[in-house]
Design a protein around this ligand. Structure first.
Ligand code: ADP
Ligand code: ASP
Ligand code: MG
Length: 828
């Protein structure tokens, strides 16, 4: 008996049979399978072929068809693939057969054009050719390229699979199918049999189909008939994924599913596997493997009779194109049979209901139906309750159009508290309005109805809520220069450790550099970011950049501004308002106009987002955080004094009179200790900005203009170019030498000091300080800050250390990022 042999069953979908390259891949898979067992290889039509054939009949019905052109297009597709795959001799038969089929189809279409109507069977017959063609073509290719003597043939499944149409779809007539299986010569004679999916016969022997995407069902039917141990469904994705990959870029393959879970996912829209596949598999306890033809090295998903409850939620799916019908009225309360009458009316109108939800007050019942039948559904319910509507016992029957259902599925949800809460919470946080909720009594599925316009966002939010580390950050970095570049390097070095130890998933998904931007779907490779962005030519568009970073499928979005640009700071309020966090060493926002800073702070409140800028003063030294801690714990900061410029610290540490001040400035510039134009340091503006930032932390409303600044740049040199400035900087020497001498005479040293007085006066000036002062004893480019407060009065608080340089600044920005993560914690 045929079914006594040892059979393997594989199925290749249309996505795996799109063109000649795909056929080769499938051939390789078929030939790679062990020759210990016979193989039944069920195939779909070439991807898109069934749609094209159905469209031909539709066109014939409307009478507008130009079949010859459309058929020629199909012929070209088929012949091109055949020509690339087969030797001329091997393809002659195939092409002749194709031409006969084409003539038959043309005849059928002609008849349809005349009557302008096509019975269901015409659709079945025409659509079924797709599977016949791909089965014949694959059989020819495998036969041609099989070199180990295995016999290769093909089977028209209509000879075997016998079905009876029912309201719930075609139902297999097993005895008849079994009997015919044993008569199928192709199965008896060959070791590898390519079988048409999708098509079948009815009990009268007439052609029918198993419905759209029915080839999966065909494969399970053959597995049951042949007594196979397993069936493998080969497709274009590596298994059943946690969500539809076209909507959820982060979806990943599920290792195993129970039949029920797979059924539920398939029913609720996971197109990768057809729900009816489960029937024969469950009945005969045949496991179904779902694997990718494009990545055969992966194990994919196995569906079987498991009770794997380790992962409570297996997948999230959605169905679009729905409408909610809401039946409301106090008259329903406590009246038995209302629901029955509603569903009776729907049943009579042949409308199937996808979801039902009833408020426990029984004041309203809502149900979900395909959008195409929503109005009919509403009107049949109105008819059924005409008298109650007339008397006001029922208030209204209304339709909410454009809805989608989102379902989370998993056997392990049953009896596990908190899943529904988490689901609704993630949706709530993403600002999605839930129209109705239902949970199946199996507790395997929780479904919500949302507006279709929210569906993708809802799917992504729910997916990230269940599957991603809550510490997954979508990061956009602007300005990968000295500090930004160093930051990326530091992140590259730490990423793995942070991921392992803290489950932190840092994804730098966008980098903007001067006028270009580099966007990456998952993450710019951190250890190769320079190469990745090197040849980038996409023009920088901050709106597009923002939209790319702020995606729904990742829990948090962060922008890191490593520029010194005012225009970027202008964006902070927008970013924060939309919930993106901002981290920056750029002083522009926190030292710029108060109005803008206020807007930034209130945007952060509005967006529940955070703005970090610790590195704007003293790089990574804990200065802003220290002041904030004092203020927040109720201390009163009386005064602040400090050296806030590493460059000026260096200049005055080095200036001892043995050489003129100008010589030190020139040398410092050559060594890269100053800005390219040293006036940016000598003017004192940078120090003034930092002082403004600190004064504001203390609580003063101060603007940059309020700071009294002693510039070290002589008036005569403020407007000349840099070279002239450097040439003429000796102008400074004499006065500077005098100030040094005066300081020394009083046993003091010169320091460029920023000061915030007890009355809130801010000033920046070259000052002499006593030798035992904290400000006198600093090394090289150290920053130092001395804070006097009510608590730190007799002995002020001093923070001192290197306060400039790309490494420490980048490390400070990185620390801000980690502070942000710590705050976000498990918040989603
Ligand atoms: P085939 O042609 O092999 O039958 P289908 O196109 O019918 O393939 O099904 C595979 C497609 O199903 C995938 O390419 C994917 O876009 C879609 N899909 C939807 N939801 C899921 C899911 N949860 N897991 C995997 N694929 C899914
Ligand atoms: N070719 C058929 C369809 O597109 C069956 C299948 O691919 O499963 O619906
Ligand atoms: Mg399919």
């Amino acid at each position: 008996m045929i079914s006594d042999s040892n059979w393997q069953v594989h199925k290749f979908g249309g996505s795996s049979l799109a063109d000649a390259d795909c056929f080769r891949r499938v051939r390789d898979r078929v030939l790679a399978a062990s020759s210990d067992a016979k193989q039944a290889v069920v195939v779909s039509a070439m991807g898109g072929m069934t749609d094209a054939l159905i469209a031909l009949v539709d066109q014939a019905v409307t009478g507008e068809a130009d079949f010859d052109a459309a058929l020629l297009a199909l012929e070209t597709r088929y012949e091109t693939a055949a020509a690339r795959l087969l030797d001329p001799a091997a393809r002659t038969d195939l092409i002749e057969q194709w031409q006969r089929d084409r003539d038959d189809i043309a005849g059928l279409l002609q008849a349809v054009t005349v009557v302008r109507a096509a019975p269901e069977r015409t659709f079945d017959v025409v659509a079924g050719y797709g599977e016949l063609w791909s089965a014949r073509l694959l059989a020819a290719v495998v036969a041609q390229d099989c070199s180990d003597g295995r016999r290769v043939g093909w089977l028209d499944a209509r000879e075997v699979v016998t079905v009876r149409p029912t309201r719930l779809g075609p139902s297999v007539v097993w005895p008849a199918s079994r009997e015919k299986l044993e008569q199928a010569q192709a199965l008896a004679d060959n070791d590898i049999v390519i079988v048409t999916g999708f098509i079948a016969s009815d009990e009268a022997g007439l052609q029918t189909t198993l419905g759209r995407n029915g080839s999966d069902h065909s494969a399970a039917i053959f597995a049951a008939l042949l007594g196979a141990d397993a069936v493998t469904i080969w497709t274009d994705v590596p298994g059943v994924l946690t969500g539809d990959p076209r909507q959820i870029p982060d979806a990943r393959a599920i290792t195993s599913l129970s039949y029920n879970e797979a059924m539920e996912l398939a029913y609720f829209g996971a197109k990768v596997i057809h729900p009816q596949t489960m029937g024969p598999a469950v009945e005969h306890d045949i496991p179904i493997h779902i694997r990718s033809t494009f990545a055969p090295e992966l194990d994919g998903t196995v569906v079987g009779a498991f009770a794997d409850k380790d992962e409570p939620v297996k997948g999230i799916t959605s169905i679009d194109g729905l409408a909610v019908v809401n039946v409301e009225g106090a008259g329903m309360i406590g009246v038995p049979g209302t629901a029955h009458r509603i569903f009776q009316a729907l049943r009579e109108a042949d409308i199937s209901v996808i979801l039902i939800s009833q408020a426990s007050s029984e004041h309203s019942v809502c149900f979900v139906v395909p959008a195409s039948v929503a109005d009919t559904a509403a009107s049949v319910v109105r008819d059924a309750f005409r008298s109650e509507l007339g008397t006001g016992q029922l208030q209204r029957v209304s339709v909410t159009a454009d809805c989608s259902i989102l379902a989370v599925v998993g056997d392990g949800m049953s009896g596990m508290p908190g899943i529904a809460g988490r689901f609704l919470n993630t949706l709530g946080q993403a600002g999605i309005n839930v129209i109705a909720i239902a949970q199946g009594s199996s507790e395997r599925n929780i479904s919500v109805v949302v507006a279709s316009s929210d569906a993708t966002r809802a799917l992504r939010a729910a997916h990230s809520g269940f599957y991603l580390s809550p510490k997954t950050l979508s990061i956009g970095l602007i300005g990968p220069g000295t500090v930004g570049g160093e930051l990326l390097d530091q992140m590259a070095a730490a990423a793995e450790r942070l991921h392992e130890r803290f489950n932190l998933d840092l994804r730098v998904r966008a980098v903007a550099r001067s006028s270009v931007m580099h966007l990456s779907e998952r993450s710019v490779p951190l250890d190769g970011w320079r190469d990745a962005i090197a040849g980038e030519t996409v023009a920088l568009d901050l709106d597009a950049f923002t939209a790319h970073v702020d995606v729904d499928h990742l829990p948090h979005a962060v922008l890191i501004d490593c520029t010194a640009d005012d225009a970027v700071a202008d964006r902070y309020a927008d970013w924060l308002a939309r919930g993106m966090h901002v981290i920056t060493p750029n002083k522009r926002a926190s030292s710029g106009p108060n109005a803008r800073l206020q807007a930034i702070r209130s945007a952060a409140g509005e967006g529940h987002s955070r703005f970090f800028y610790e590195t704007t003063v003293g790089a990574a030294l804990p200065i802003i955080g220290t002041i904030r801690d004092l203020v927040e714990t109720g201390d009163r900061v009386r005064s602040i004094q400090g050296i806030f410029s590493g460059t000026l610290a260096y200049l005055f540490n080095t200036y001892d009179g043995s050489e003129p001040f100008s010589a030190i400035v020139r040398r410092a510039r050559e060594a890269g200790y100053t800005e390219p134009d040293p006036r940016d340091d000598l003017s004192g503006t940078d120090v003034a900005r930092k002082l403004v930032i600190l004064a504001r932390e203390v609580g003063y409303t101060i603007e940059l203009d309020d700071v009294e600044v002693e510039s070290l740049v002589p008036d005569a040199l403020t407007d000349v170019d840099v070279d002239t400035f450097l040439e003429r900087i000796d102008m400074l020497d004499e006065a500077m030498a005098e100030r040094l001498a005066a300081a020394r005479g009083a046993s003091r040293v010169l320091r460029y000091v920023g000061r915030l007085s007890e009355t809130g006066q801010a000033s920046v000036a070259l000052t002499s300080v006593a030798l035992d002062d904290a400000l006198a004893n600093i090394a090289l480019t150290d920053n130092v800050i001395r804070i006097e407060s009510d608590r730190y009065s007799a002995n002020p608080l001093v923070v001192q250390g290197p306060g400039a340089g790309p490494e420490v600044t980048a490390a400070g920005v990185f620390a801000d990022l980690l502070r942000l993560v710590a705050e976000l914690g498990n918040r989603r």
